[in-house]
Every structure is written in structure tokens, then in C-alpha cells.
Design a protein around this ligand. Structure first.
Ligand SMILES: Cc1ncc(COP(=O)(O)O)c(C=O)c1O
Length: 470
């Protein structure tokens, strides 16, 4: 299987670093030689209720909704999902590096290790497990990725055929995985909305069941089981950070937390290029974003629904946005320090944790790593971007007389500083060059700013003209 969590693999076992009697799987991502931050507070604890809040609960979201979800629905979902062959109880993992960087005790909820690689299996199974035998002939859904996989697996589990419509630009890993879970995949349209229109067409007819990714009480209730689960694992949590796409995940999770632990602060995160909640809360109705633009495809849904906006308004304390650059840095950091591979939506809560938009000093904070399905090509792009940001990936253009030995000479200077050449090319017919001149473009891996500056100085030393081009 490509892109999802390998089926049949159990969650990773570990120690309960809280030393509490109700332990759960628990990992520690401390670097060698580091002490775990779990079990101690880095600063005096501040209860979430003391935290500053933007007061979401004041906007005029209409309360006459076509459908609603209750805490009893989430409790019923919890029982339905109490079967490890269907949905895993995913581990948590304390992270010393993130704790140090954020000034909080950071504990990762590793939902990217869920079956299908994201929390979506929870909602999808909760929905389909309630289908009465013989009433549905085919399940239909539209999704750019993770909902597709969740619905495909849940449908196969309850023995129903499924058709998932995905936009043509859906990540290949997610398309392959969805087929792998047993669905027929139809690639239609350039956007999620176009895929949605086609799925609605396919779902016309008596025996087809359309499964919406978030505008559905059963889906929201299923995602809400995460709230109960993480509170049992981290009972002294102060702040939970969850991404928002359509709002199903945060809607259900915040509702569960509001019931079981009303003092816990819930922070929602949106990608800056796909943020719909701030405007929606201000207007009191879901406001769509027509062309969501972010590397975090899981949260590029383009809008919340009346159902989920109401839940966000009721139970979420703050909503902040993060840039794609911040998300890319969070993906790299999670790989380096926590050894966890997550997709953009899964890294967004960590990006928020590390941003200066959120004060978590002295708190116990749980970012939801809610998905791990990332295309290898996208991963490479993200890592290159994040490394360029740290000046660990440096692209240098050096103007030379196009003569034998120049490339060897400059390569020696780069090697002399301990930097490593990843790629080099000659550019000759370039505007601005004289006849007989060329550019050498080096892609160099450095240890960071200091080595990068020394490398440039070493090349310039002999009169070469050097330009940084990334
Ligand atoms: C990995 C991941 N995180 C977060 C989200 C957002 O969930 P929701 O649409 O319920 O807000 C999605 C949605 O697809 C997702 O795939």
C-alpha cells in the first residue's frame, strides 16, 4: 500500500510517562541525551480558562440548523468504534524538542498512525456502521484524499461497494490508496467542488448513500471520538490544537472536550490560503473560499458548513492561521525531531504551536497530527523549501569564463568549506552573458547560515561573481 498506514500494524507501544494508572501507548521523541519533558511543567501552569481568548462564542450563528449533533451521538460513536480491527486507539508521544521550542509540555496525538493514515476512518465507519442491512446498494463520496480512503475502507469493512470521485489533481498516493481499500475511483474535475457535483449526480437514486466529508452529524460524531480518546490519554491537557478544513474534526473534538473537560482550550488552525472561518464567524454564515491555495490539501476544503460553524462558534476558543512556509517548517521539524512523517494538514497544529500567534507557555498542549498521507513529490518540494528557508539548501549562480577547469576550481572551494554539491549545471545562452561566458549553477547542501556565508565568500575570494538564486 502506498500512502496510507500499513494495515494490520498496531499502534506503537510505549511508556506512560505520566505514571498514571490509566496508561495508553506513549512514545518519547527526545533526541539522544535529552531528558523527556513529560511529567514536569516548564513554567507555572495556567489553566486554559485563564488564557486570553478571542471569544468566538459571540458571533450570531443561526441556531435553527437543518441537522444537529449531540454529545450522546459522540458517545454512541465511541462505542461503535470500540474495535481495534476497525479504528485504532492511536498513541501519544511527548516531544522534548517541541516542548523546548514552545515553552510548553508538547504531547503529540499521533492520529496519522490511524488506519488509512488519518482520523477520517472514525467518521466514515461511524456513518456506515449504522446503515441497516439491505437499505443501501452503493456508497458514494467526493474527496481530495483522506475522506476518500476512510470511506473506502469503512465501506469495504461493512461489505458495501463504494465509488469515490476525486479531482484530477488529487495526490497520486491518495488515489492509489483509495483504490487499495476497495473503492472505484473516478477522477473528475479540477477542483473538489467539481468532484462533489459529479458525486452528487452519481448518488442520485434510491439505493445510493452519499457520505459528506464533514456536513453530517454521524461524521462529526465519529471524528469527535478523538476528543474523548486524547483526554483519557492526557488528562492534564490545557490546550488542544486541531486543524480546520470543513470543520468536522474540530467540531466533534471540541464538543467532546467541552463535555468532558470544559476548561480545556481548543485552538483551531487554518492555512492562510484557505482560511474561511474568520470571515464565516464574522458574517454568521459559512463563507466559501473559491480557490483555496495551500500545500495542506487536507484543509483546502474551501469552506465549513452551518453545522460545523455552529460547533466551532460554541466550543472553539481561538482560530489562527499559519502560512505554507510555517507548515513546511513544521513538517521538516516533525521528521527531524519526532521522526514522524505527517502531511501538511497534520503539521498545521505544530506550525501554530511554534508560531508567535499562540501563547502556550507553561501549558500541556496537544497538537493533533491528524494525517500522514503525503505524496513523495510534494514531500520533496516541502523539504526543499524548508531547507532553503534555513539556508541548508543553497542555490548559487557563478559567472565564469567558459573554460576547462572552472567547475573543478569552484567545486574545490565549496568542498573546502565542508559544503556538499547536490547538483550542478552550466547555463550558456542566457541574456546578459557575453560570448565565451557561462553561469555555473550549484545546488549546495550546507549546515546552515554560517557555512553558507563562508562558502559564498570562498568562491568570491578569487573574483568570481556569485549570486544566491533561492
Ligand atoms: C489530514 C487532515 N487533517 C484535517 C482535515 C480537516 O478536517 P475537517 O474537514 O473535518 O475540518 C482533513 C480533511 O480532509 C484532513 O485530511
Amino acid at each position: 500500500m502506498f500512502g496510507g498506514t500499513p494495515e494490520g500494524q498496531d499502534g506503537i507501544s510505549g511508556l506512560n510517562a505520566f505514571g498514571r494508572p490509566a496508561p495508553d501507548t506513549y512514545l518519547d521523541c527526545s533526541l539522544p541525551g535529552e531528558a523527556s519533558a513529560v511529567g514536569r511543567s516548564l513554567a507555572p501552569r495556567r489553566r486554559a480558562s485563564d488564557a486570553p481568548s478571542v471569544g468566538l462564542n459571540s458571533s450570531p450563528i443561526p441556531r435553527i440548523l437543518p441537522m444537529s449533533v449531540t454529545i450522546d451521538d459522540v458517545r454512541a460513536a465511541r462505542e461503535r468504534l470500540d474495535d481495534p480491527s476497525v479504528v485504532r486507539k492511536t498513541p501519544i508521544d511527548s516531544c522534548h524538542s517541541l516542548s523546548e521550542l514552545s515553552g510548553a509540555v508538547a504531547i503529540l496525538k499521533m492520529e496519522h498512525l490511524q488506519r488509512t493514515g488519518s482520523f477520517k476512518t472514525r467518521g466514515a465507519y461511524n456513518k456506515l456502521a449504522q446503515v441497516a442491512s439491505g437499505t443501501v446498494g452503493r456508497v458514494v463520496a467526493a474527496s481530495a484524499g483522506n475522506h476518500a480512503q476512510g470511506v473506502a475502507l469503512a465501506a469495504t469493512t461493512v461489505d458495501l461497494p463504494s465509488t469515490i470521485v476525486m479531482p484530477r489533481n488529487a495526490p497520486q498516493a491518495k488515489v492509489d490508496a483509495t483504490r487499495g481499500y476497495g473503492a472505484d475511483v473516478e477522477l473528475t474535475g479540477d477542483t473538489f467542488q467539481e468532484a462533489m457535483t459529479r458525486a452528487r449526480e452519481l448518488a442520485r437514486g434510491d439505493d445510493a448513500l452519499f457520505v459528506h466529508a464533514y456536513d453530517d452529524p454521524d461524521i462529526v460524531a465519529g471524528q469527535g471520538t478523538l476528543g474523548f480518546e486524547l483526554y483519557e490519554q492526557v488528562p492534564d491537557v490545557d490546550t488542544v490544537i486541531a486543524p480546520i478544513g470543513g470543520g468536522g474534526l474540530i467540531g466533534g473534538t471540541s464538543m467532546a472536550l467541552a463535555d468532558i473537560a470544559p476548561d480545556v482550550r481548543v485552538v483551531g488552525v487554518q492555512a492562510a490560503g484557505a482560511a474561511t472561518v474568520p470571515q464565516s464567524l464574522a458574517k454568521g454564515v459559512p463563507v466559501p473560499v473559491n480557490h483555496p491555495d495551500t500545500i495542506a490539501d487536507g484543509i483546502a476544503t474551501g469552506g465549513v458548513s452551518a453545522l460545523t460553524l455552529g460547533l466551532i462558534d460554541d466550543h472553539v476558543d481561538e482560530v489562527i492561521t499559519v502560512t505554507d512556509g510555517e507548515i513546511a517548517r513544521a513538517i521538516l521539524l516533525l521528521l527531524e525531531r519526532a521522526k514522524q512523517l505527517v502531511e501538511g494538514a497534520g503539521a498545521a497544529p505544530v506550525a501554530a504551536l511554534l508560531s508567535d500567534k499562540l501563547d502556550v507557555t507553561g501549558e500541556t498542549v496537544v497538537p493533533l497530527l491528524c494525517g500522514g498521507n503525503i505524496d513523495p513529490a510534494r514531500l520533496q518540494e516541502v523539504l526543499d523549501h524548508a531547507m532553503a528557508d534555513r539556508i541548508q539548501l543553497l542555490r548559487l549562480r557563478v559567472r565564469i569564463d567558459d573554460q576547462p577547469g572552472k567547475m573543478a576550481d569552484i567545486s574545490r572551494r565549496i568542498a573546502g568549506q565542508g559544503a556538499n554539491i547536490r547538483h550542478v549545471r552550466h547555463d550558456r545562452a542566457v541574456h546578459g552573458l557575453d560570448v565565451g561566458e557561462a553561469y555555473l549553477v550549484f545546488e549546495v547542501i550546507t549546515s546552515g547560515r554560517g557555512q553558507a556565508e563562508n562558502t559564498i565568500a570562498a568562491i568570491e575570494d578569487d573574483g568570481y561573481e556569485v549570486e544566491r538564486v533561492n
